[in-house]
Design a binder for this molecule. Structure first.
Ligand code: NAP
Length: 449
């Protein structure tokens, strides 16, 4: 680590003041997890399962990001692995350099991002190092999380709901200088307060998945869940699923979780999800071998849900597997109910029987991460000790490609943290009393995996 970076880390670890941090000279380079433009064809012709992140993701020394108006630079203590980083590392469905190049056209600030490397990562917990012209809300030394949506708000539509702004970009995926580098660049309108009762690596696993689940379930822009709603949660112990179960319980709903092993069934129950379907044990397969969906399998799945709920169908289905499950999700959701979707992990081209949708007045709602207000409200719940991190394990920055591969192959539980500047786990807590009050929930995933 360069000397200047060591001084920054030392200042953070010893609780230096805002003025002391503001006075620190920044290094010229930093370590970061990157993909490279000259490798975008490296997986050409390979099947998806053979696209190994350990070949495409490198940890290297790169220049620190340049600071612009309304931006901040953050010393990243920790980050986490999200599924979008899996897509970037597999160069699927497109190399993310395509996003950088498209956004660079006609926008000098975005043009800074279109480089020959991309520092990836869409979560961060750390400390503000400096702020650009126009930033008034934040200052050097502030302990922050970074929300994954960077938005400019120059278009009228964004002022109704920031995520609708056409210039909105997923940070560290559609932008450069993301959370898996020692110094990240974010817009001031991405910053959220760091919860004092969490460690850096725990806190860094929260923002992207929590804000996504909040919009999908709680927000009026999503399914606007009510007390007593039955919510079917696919992947109930996964990144966004583990957050969804918590939001359902916190809002007085009844989660029905789907998982794929007895171990995950136990984990879902420990999280408070009493009704669980193990899709492997139940042999849930909605497609027959001939590319057709099996409606009998939809009906059998609906019966499994009713058996767990005393005969009720889900008011809401929390969808993200996509092609493999979407037809079943539309079928099983209650008359008048909502399928809310944010992803298509198993394939984008969904098929469902529209008769069940229109005749039963069901709705499909598309959702994508969250606007800044939703993100703020979601993190407030973590700060209050109502929604907890679901981190099972953390990795050093040098091991980041292993962590990405664990998520790609569905071997991980919940979230994987990544220590970027933090030398060890366990640092960053300022509210020990609150931590002790919630320690069982904070450690739940680590204790059960
Ligand atoms: P994750 O941690 O890998 O969890 C996904 C879960 O899906 C797994 O735990 C797995 O649970 C389940 N699953 C996998 N294959 C399945 C299948 N064929 N049928 C049913 N369930 C299956 O990933 P994540 O972080 O939760 O993200 C999930 C998806 O949401 C990804 O595609 C990601 O890109 C997307 N996402 C979108 C947004 C957005 O803003 N649009 C934000 C966050 C995430 P079991 O094997 O236990 O069933």
């Amino acid at each position: 680590m360069a000397n200047k970076m060591k001084e920054i880390l030392e200042a953070i670890l010893t609780g230096a003041s805002s003025e002391e941090i503001a006075a620190l000279p920044l290094p010229e380079t930093m370590r970061g997890a990157i993909v490279k433009r000259d490798e975008v064809d490296m997986f050409e012709g390979l099947a998806s399962e053979d696209k190994d992140p350990r070949k495409s993701v490198h940890v290297e020394e790169v220049p620190i990001p340049p600071l612009g108006p309304n931006e901040v630079r953050v010393a990243v203590m920790a980050s986490s692995i999200n599924y979008n980083t899996v897509w970037t590392s597999m160069l699927e469905p497109l190399p993310t350099f395509n996003f950088l190049d498209r956004r660079a056209a006609g926008d000098p600030l975005m043009a800074r991002h279109a480089l020959d490397y991309q520092v990836i990562g869409s979560d961060a917990a750390g400390v503000v190092l400096d702020v650009g012209p126009g930033v008034t809300k934040w200052k050097a030394g502030d302990r922050v999380l970074v929300h994954a949506i960077a938005v400019d708000m120059q278009e009228p539509i964004g002022h109704d709901d920031g995520i609708l702004d056409p210039a909105q970009a997923a940070w560290g995926f559609e932008t450069n200088f993301g959370g898996l580098g020692e110094i990240a660049l974010a817009k001031a309108t991405q910053l959220l307060p760091m919860p004092g009762h969490l460690t850096w690596e725990e806190a860094a696993t929260v923002p992207l998945v929590s804000t996504t689940a909040y919009r999908m379930l709680v927000s009026r822009n999503g399914a606007a869940m009510k007390q007593g709603d039955v919510v079917l949660v696919w992947g109930a112990t996964g990144g966004i699923g583990g957050m969804a179960v918590q939001y359902v319980l916190n809002g007085g709903g009844i989660p029905v979780g789907v998982v794929s092993s007895p171990k995950r069934e136990e984990l879902a129950k420990a999280l408070g999800c009493e009704r669980v379907i193990d899709r492997s044990a139940a042999g849930l397969e909605f497609w027959d071998g001939n590319g057709k969906q099996d409606q009998k399998a939809w009906r059998a799945f609906g019966k499994m849900i009713r058996d767990l709920t005393g005969g009720e169908d889900p008011d809401i289905v929390y969808e993200h597997p996509g092609r493999s499950t979407f037809g079943a999700s539309v079928f099983v959701v209650k008359r008048g109910g909502t399928v809310v979707t944010c992803a298509s992990t198993t394939g984008f081209a969904h098929e469902y029987d529209n008769r069940y949708l229109w005749m039963n007045l069901k709705r499909i709602v598309g959702s994508h991460c969250a606007n800044y207000k939703e993100a703020w409200d979601a993190i407030r719940l973590t700060k209050m000790g109502r929604i907890h991190p679901i981190m099972s394990k953390s990795f050093a920055l040098d091991e980041v490609a292993e962590a990405i591969d664990d998520v790609r192959t569905n071997r991980h539980e919940g979230k994987l943290g990544v220590r970027v500047l933090a030398p060890t786990d366990g640092l960053g807590v300022t509210d020990q009393a609150m931590r002790e009050r919630h320690i069982g929930q904070i450690n739940l995933y680590r204790d059960h995996t």
